[in-house]
Every structure is written in structure tokens, then in C-alpha cells.
Write a protein that binds this ligand. Structure first.
Ligand code: SF4
Ligand code: SF4
Length: 383
């Protein structure tokens, strides 16, 4: 795979600044010269839910607006879409487009996807996901550009390029995937399979304002002032991890990508273009202790058993901040393991059946579910 990653500074979401930065960003990758008149291009954004742009949970509309204008000027037809975590339904999508500022991109010439049809695909080249259901609008595109957002993530440590393509799985079908691929290694392999199957033409990361803390939806916006782009989402993720000061081996998708020879293990193995000096680690508040996110994959049966036990003991867990919980029951409805009940107006987690998918943390509207270290992790001083 191409191992070139372009990095450019961009101070804010002022359209003229983003436009200039995107042109500089894409130049080392050949620009958009591959776009031909009449091509249908899907911009697969991160529209995880109905969050305002300033919450930094979704791809900023200014970036999508600029990309739309550039593609339309080349004669392309542009559609913007995503499948959020809840219902994949036109009314839900309309609400999300409205809240996340996507009307701005619509004014620039994009259409906002309302096609909620789905297709089952078979992927013989998969390591884990040989058959899955996808949002059909992506299959009608001649090319897909993955336009992701850099954020912390309860289950995977970080979400940027590769993880954004979990959004090609329609709505609640994602919950089945969490159940089917409950272990981080299996989940990461499934994500890598989705990336290999969709094969986006480009991945562009909105890291102008990223998210730290209780990501990917209830964290704190953090100005990081960068845009990144690559033909290789895993190489781009390696740069994002470096920016967040997260060792790649602590991010399951990156660890598996290294193992599957999709990216080198260190950014020294990449070709950095644009403004490589801008890619310096910035202190991020992570979802929990960084080391407790570590995924332990070892060969052999004994290694696997040890790894599974270590994960059980050390992996972060969802935990309730009771003062924030409204007892709305949204987490109980979305939990794929049916591990949550509402008792006395508060969510209660049955840890024996919890698969640590962090859907409750991601979709709690009050930010009451958070990723915490396990008691053993704390006791061993992994603070
Ligand atoms: S979704 Fe959040 S606020 Fe609602 S019951 Fe669950 S933890 Fe409480
Ligand atoms: S309690 Fe939360 S983390 Fe555990 S299985 Fe349910 S949604 Fe996933």
C-alpha cells in the first residue's frame, strides 16, 4: 500500500483557510486529477450523531463544503453520507444533517444521502468479516473519500481513518457486529476488512479541532490545527496516533494493520509530505489510562488464554457517573449484550455479560457513561 501521508497546518474552519490548506494537503498526493466529469463521489463523513460542529464529534462542515466545491468544479456529482449509531432512517438522517451543519455542504453542491437501502456483500479476501451488510449508497459511487475526524474512543483508544468505516454498516446492524466481534482483535480485523473491501480512494482527517477525553461523542474539543491525507488509512492512523502520543501497539486497528503489513510500525517508515514538522505529539487526555487500552495478542493457545485473561482484567470498562444519569434508558436499549437495566432511575451494568463495546458510552446523551480503568488496573498502580 502507498505509505505517503500529507500533513498541513490549518488554524481554523474559516472557509478560505480550509480551502488553501486542502489544496496544499492534496498536492503531494496528485491533487484531485483522478476525478473525471460525471463521476459519482461519495464523501463518507463521520456523522456519529446529532452534534453541533463545535462539539468536535463530527466531521466539520467547512471541510466537506470545500471538498464538495473542488469535486463539483471538476464535474463530479457529490453525495455526503454516514450511518450513525442509532436508526438508519431518513428522518433521523435529516435531523443529523441539520444539526451537524451539512446544509452548508448541500449549498455548495453536494446531495445529502437519504437512501437507507442496504446490501449484503461477500468478501472472500476478509480475515474476519467474510459477509456483511452495507449502506447501499456507497456501492453506487465510482469512488469514496473517507473524511474522518480525530477523536479518542472508549473501545479502540482512537478513531480516525480506519475506524470511520465502521459507519458503512447500517444503523443497528452495528450492534450485531459488536456482539459478533466482541474482542478488540476480532473487532479490529473486521474494521480492516471493511477498509479493504470499500478501498476508499483517499482518506482525509479533520484534526483542526479534535476530541480528547470521553470520546468519541462526549469528550472535549481540542485544537490541534492539522489536516492529514493519505491513500492509506492505516498510514494516516499511524500519524494520528503519533499526534495523540498513543503508541500504535495500544490501538487494536493499528496493531492488526501492522501485523497484516498494511502500514509500517513507526512513522519513520512512512513518507511524510506537506509540513511534516507539524506532526509533533500533543498532550491528549485519553479515555482512560493509555496502558489499559493495550491489546495483548500472543501466539499459541497458552498465549491466547493469557491474553484473554489479561484483557478481562485490564481492559477499560464502562462506568456510570450517577450524578449525570437521567435514567433515560437509551443505553439499555442500545446495549447489544442486554447488560444494562434501569434501577431507581439510574443505569446499572451487569459486568458478567458486558462485552465492553462502549456503545453505551458513545451514545449516552448525558455523558454519564465513561470509560474507566478496572479495579485491578487501579490496584496495580496503572494510574
Ligand atoms: S443513556 Fe446515559 S443518562 Fe440515559 S440511562 Fe443510560 S447512562 Fe443514564
Ligand atoms: S454495558 Fe455498555 S459496554 Fe457493556 S455491552 Fe452494554 S453497551 Fe457495551
Amino acid at each position: 500500500m502507498n505509505q505517503t501521508v500529507s500533513v498541513i497546518r490549518c488554524a481554523d474552519y474559516e472557509i478560505s483557510n480550509v480551502q488553501q490548506a486542502v489544496c496544499q494537503l492534496l498536492a503531494p498526493l496528485g491533487g484531485l486529477s483522478w476525478v473525471r466529469p460525471g463521476m459519482r463521489i461519495a464523501l463518507k463523513a463521520n456523522l456519529v450523531g446529532a452534534y453541533r460542529p463545535q462539539a468536535a464529534a463530527t466531521t466539520h462542515p467547512a471541510l466537506l463544503c470545500v471538498l464538495t466545491k473542488m469535486l463539483v468544479s471538476r464535474g463530479a456529482q457529490v453525495v455526503i453520507g454516514d450511518s450513525p449509531g442509532g436508526l438508519f432512517h431518513p428522518a433521523a438522517l435529516e435531523h443529523i444533517y441539520e444539526t451537524t451543519g451539512m446544509r452548508q455542504a448541500e449549498s455548495a453542491g453536494a446531495s445529502l444521502n437519504l437512501d437507507v437501502s442496504q446490501k449484503i456483500v461477500h468478501f472472500d479476501g476478509a480475515a474476519a468479516a467474510k459477509q456483511f451488510c452495507v449502506t447501499a449508497y456507497l456501492m453506487q459511487a465510482d469512488a469514496v473519500i473517507n473524511v474522518c475526524k480525530l477523536k479518542t474512543h472508549g473501545m479502540m483508544g482512537m478513531t480516525a481513518g480506519a475506524k470511520n468505516l465502521f459507519g458503512i454498516i447500517p444503523g443497528t446492524e452495528k450492534l450485531q457486529h459488536h456482539f459478533r466481534y466482541a474482542q478488540p482483535e476480532a473487532f479490529a480485523d473486521m474494521i480492516l476488512d471493511l477498509n479493504a473491501w470499500l478501498n476508499p480512494r483517499l482518506t482525509i482527517c479533520d484534526a483542526i479541532v479534535s476530541m480528547e477525553g470521553n470520546g468519541p461523542t462526549k469528550g472535549t474539543p481540542k485544537h490541534t490545527g492539522l489536516l492529514l491525507a493519505s491513500e492509506n488509512p492505516h498510514a494516516l492512523d499511524l500519524c494520528c496516533a503519533h499526534l495523540m502520543d498513543l503508541p500504535p501497539q495500544q490501538i487494536p486497528t493499528l496493531q492488526r494493520a501492522v501485523k497484516r503489513a498494511l502500514t509500517p510500525a513507526q512513522i519513520s517508515g512512512l513518507t511524510l509530505a506537506g509540513e511534516p514538522d507539524a506532526l509533533t505529539p500533543q498532550p491528549f487526555v485519553h479515555v482512560a489510562d493509555k496502558s489499559s487500552l493495550q491489546f495483548r495478542g500472543h501466539g499459541g493457545l497458552a498465549g491466547q488464554i493469557t491474553g484473554a485473561l489479561a484483557q478481562r482484567v485490564f481492559r477499560t470498562v464502562p462506568a456510570l457517573a450517577p450524578a449525570l444519569c437521567t435514567g433515560c434508558g437509551h443505553c439499555a436499549a442500545i446495549c447489544p449484550a442486554k447488560a444494562i437495566t434501569i434501577c431507581g432511575g439510574l443505569a446499572r451494568i451487569n459486568r458478567r455479560v458486558c462485552i465492553r463495546c462502549f456503545c453505551c458510552q458513545e451514545f449516552c446523551p448525558a455523558g454519564a457513561m465513561q470509560a474507566h480503568k478496572t479495579l485491578v488496573s487501579k490496584a496495580l498502580g496503572r494510574l
